[in-house]
Design a binder for this molecule. Structure first.
Ligand SMILES: CC(C)(COP(=O)(O)OP(=O)(O)OC[C@H]1O[C@@H](n2cnc3c(N)ncnc32)[C@H](O)[C@@H]1OP(=O)(O)O)[C@@H](O)C(=O)NCCC(=O)NCCS
Length: 178
């Protein structure tokens, strides 16, 4: 963040944030292949997703100058029980608030919260190529682990998805109960 930027607040999501979050996400649903959703969820559906997520995972938002400028969350990577120390992460900024350091602050807070909850590793699925997101994830400690070819069709083309992984430290011999 530059010294003269308005202060940024990172806080847990609130139910009233659903409409602003839906608006941020809709831009990427409608104009990008970053997400494979093709119909943007409305505020009510986003509120349902938030409520379902916060039961087990952190969901944080970034606020600046009175506006919600981004959000990041953890969610299940797979639902089968032995996966429960592994999470998937997601982050979306308002499209005109990117590349100003907000993502780094928001994702750092999210990763800290996930580590504190006993997750041992986080996985990010990224439609590739996407230099912005892959460089961002690597700057935050994620490493590339693999790639699936042509697993989605959006914007008139088959899309590849790469996976990046970030551990939260050494795995304990026996994990915390979760
Ligand atoms: C990806 C995203 C979350 C990054 O957040 P951001 O606020 O733009 O990134 P930051 O300004 O905090 O940058 C942090 C680091 O990421 C990398 N980075 C960010 N944007 C980059 C770009 N366009 N090209 C290359 N590297 C970039 C840099 O290493 C940067 O480090 P630096 O600050 O030392 O230069 C944000 O751009 C975004 O919401 N993009 C659209 C949605 C999306 O792709 N979400 C991820 C889905 S997998």
């Amino acid at each position: 963040m530059t010294a003269d930027a308005p202060p940024l607040q990172i806080r847990p999501v609130a139910r009233d944030d659903a409409a602003a979050i839906a608006a941020i996400y809709a831009h990427y649903v409608d104009h990008s292949v970053v997400t494979f959703e093709e119909a943007a969820p409305d505020a009510a559906e986003m509120a349902r997703r938030i409520a379902a997520t916060v039961a087990g995972y952190p969901w944080l938002v970034a606020e600046q100058d009175g506006a919600l400028v981004g959000y990041a969350y953890g969610r299940a990577y797979h639902t089968r029980s032995a996966y429960r120390w592994t999470c998937e992460t997601g982050i979306y900024l308002a499209h005109d608030r990117r590349a100003k350091g907000v993502g780094r602050l928001l994702y750092t807070a999210l990763l800290d919260a996930l580590g504190d909850r006993g997750f041992v590793t986080a996985i990010a699925a990224i439609t590739v190529p996407n230099d912005e997101s892959t460089r961002f994830h690597e700057a935050l400690g994620f490493v590339a682990v693999g790639r699936f070819a042509g697993v989605g069709f959006k914007q008139g083309a088959w899309q590849d998805v790469g996976y990046w992984q970030r551990d939260f430290g050494e795995r304990p011999a026996a994990p915390q109960s979760r």
